[in-house]
Design a protein around this ligand. Structure first.
Ligand code: 2PG
Ligand code: MG
Length: 419
């Protein structure tokens, strides 16, 4: 049995240049795991607490030295000596040491860093690659399957240039093709989109998740642009590849209304629902994420009834990877798909519990990165090991995004699915 021996931690930078926590864990058998923690820009109210120093003299208040100290002092000594493969015991101890429901004391960024470093060291102690270790531990009977990638090709909202209210304009390759073919399609369409932006004289620099952040368009225009690019490509829109959206609607909800460029006046919940239903008639969507603000449960349930049954209604900020929130969503029939982000809840065990609940209720699962990322590709191994249906890792460019897509390609090779 490998026991946790030493834990170290440090402040590193994420893809936005902000500090984040990295933790390294060593067992008494000499096995090792290092994990670093991503950070969101559009966050759910029910997310676990991201501890920042708030000291304006360092990193404009964004430092994480306190979280780092919490890892090395309180959390590290608390889990020292535990069996590194007993993830439930480790995560339980981490939660007890914090003692709050949302991990406000020690910080979810500190706690998750230990939780994930532990599972990596545990995998290494068994000699298995991480995705295999996770699969054997949590889903031993399920067949191995690579998730369908969801590519975010145009970045708006809090990830973009400030002119598009909707946060993510995505393409979703058909799940009938392999991951490797889907990745190639994502990359080709990304470059064809760039060429079209150049042709139109539009700004074609990229936003936080590697998608383009053009300054010319209304939200509808961005969907039109993607449709045109796909229609001029070798791929068939709505057969080989689909359009999808993440509105992250909380980020443009003010004074009980939604402010979108496409409408002459601010829209209330009914108005935005109607706008989206019309939009979906013109642009059939594969999935629609966070279309309404996270407290409008009645609006979500109505939209689910009114929209085409074939479109996934995805809860991200609404659910915040919380079992409590997902239980309510099941009861209210508020969504039929869920985003899974380990740092929204703060431990691996709680993330798996949420996934179990989603699977038990036939809720489609989407493993997701955050807009602020590191090169850690844990989430790719997690998606395969736990069998999430889809994976949303941003556009197929920028190191921190392709780290995850490339890891899926590597896993595809291990599984003999690299065609
Ligand atoms: C989202 C995520 C990731 P953020 O809303 O789905 O794409 O963004 O990490 O900023 O919450
Ligand atoms: Mg989202």
């Amino acid at each position: 049995m490998a026991k946790i021996k030493t834990i170290s931690a440090r402040e590193i930078l994420d893809s936005r240049g902000n500090p984040t926590v990295e933790c390294s864990l060593l067992t008494d058998t000499g096995h090792f795991g290092t994990a670093s923690i991503p950070s969101g820009a559009s966050t759910g109210k029910n997310e676990a607490w991201e501890l920042r120093d708030q000291d304006p003299s360092r990193y404009l208040g964004m430092g994480v030295l306190q979280a780092v100290a919490n890892v090395t002092d309180k959390l590290g000594s608390g889990v020292s000596g535990l069996d590194v493969t007993d993830q439930e015991a480790i995560d339980r101890r981490l939660c007890e040491l914090d003692g709050t429901e949302n991990k406000k004391n020690l910080g979810a960024n500190a706690i998750l860093a230990v939780s994930l470093a532990a599972v990596k060291a545990a995998a290494s102690s068994t000699g298995l690659p991480l995705f295999r270790y996770l699969h054997e531990r949590y889903r031993p009977k399920a067949p191995y399957r690579l998730p369908g990638p969801i590519f975010n090709l145009v970045n708006g909202g809090k990830h973009g240039a400030g002119n598009l209210e909707f946060q993510e304009f995505q393409i979703v390759p058909s799940t009938r093709i392999s991951f490797v073919a889907a990745l190639r399609m994502g990359s080709e369409l990304f470059h064809l989109l760039q060429a079209e932006l150049v042709r139109r004289g539009a700004v074609h620099s990229v936003g936080d998740e590697g998608g383009f952040a053009p300054n010319l368009f209304t939200n509808t225009d961005a969907l039109e642009l993607l449709s045109v690019v796909i229609k001029n490509s070798p791929y068939q829109l709505n057969q080989d590849v689909f359009l999808a959206l993440d509105l992250a609607a909380d980020s443009f909800f003010r004074d009980r209304h939604y402010q979108v460029k496409d409408a002459p006046r601010p829209l209330d919940s009914t108005g935005l629902r109607q706008f989206l239903l019309n939009l979906m008639q013109e642009y059939p969507l594969f999935s629609l994420e966070d279309p309404l603000e996270q407290e409008d449960w009645a609006g979500w349930a109505k939209l689910r009834e009114e929209m085409p049954g074939s479109t996934l209604l995805v809860g991200d900020d609404l659910i915040a990877t919380s079992a409590k929130q997902l239980s309510r969503a099941v009861k209210d029939q508020a969504c039929n798909a869920v985003i899974i982000k380990p740092n929204q809840v703060g431990t691996l065990t709680e993330t798996v519990a949420l996934l179990d609940l989603a699977d038990a209720h036939n809720i489609t699962t989407i493993a997701s990165h955050r807009s602020g990322e590191t090169n850690d590709f844990f989430i790719a191994d997690f998606a395969v090991g736990l069998g999430t249906k889809f994976a949303k890792f941003g556009a197929p460019d920028r190191g921190e995004r392709v780290a995850k897509y490339n890891r899926l390609s590597e896993i595809a090779t291990y599984l003999g699915q690299a065609v």
